[in-house]
Ligand binder design. Structure first.
Ligand code: ZN
Length: 161
């Protein structure tokens, strides 16, 4: 079965960013389940998956504009430590969650003071060239309920019901 809109793809991925020690992988757990055609993954990744099938392996390089965007130089903010959602001891370089008008988002700690912390609110992968290795495990039809909700259910998908 080929990957197209309204199919659920189960896949493993490894992601690394050039010039960064950031990496993530799904290989320690279940494959990710993704409903295609509903804006659930980066558009460039989805475009590369279209027409592929179970057993296919893809290596993708994404420019920042296809990934998490360019870095915004004005994204450094000084915020009171008490506004941070993390209760962990803060250190420069650490990624923390902050509440913003757009909802919680990741920010990188630049400098820690007594009451305030300077945060870079760029996405940790903004401005980075991303390398994805993707292994397509399986492809199935999305159920009517999944298509109506716009996301995959079950193993590797949402568990909100
Ligand atoms: Zn749902």
């Amino acid at each position: 079965m080929k990957i197209e809109a309204d199919k659920v793809v189960l896949f493993h991925y490894e992601l690394s960013a050039e010039g960064s020690d950031y990496s993530e992988s799904s290989r320690d757990g279940e494959p990710v389940a993704c409903l295609i055609g509903h804006h659930n993954i980066l558009p460039a990744v989805e475009a590369a998956l279209l027409g592929r099938e179970g057993g296919d392996e893809l290596a993708l390089t994404l420019q920042p504009g296809e990934g998490y965007g360019e870095r915004r130089p004005n994204a450094i903010q000084r915020v009171p430590i008490k506004h941070l959602m993390s209760k962990k001891r803060l250190q420069a370089g650490m990624v923390v969650k902050v509440n913003t008008a757009d909802g919680p988002r990741d920010a990188t700690v630049i400098k820690v003071g007594k009451f305030n912390v300077d945060l870079d609110t760029n996405h940790p992968l903004a401005g980075k060239v991303l390398n994805f290795l993707i292994s397509v495990v399986a492809v199935r039809d999305g159920t009517g309920e999944e298509v109506a909700h716009g996301h995959a259910h079950g193993a590797g998908g949402h568990h909100h019901h």
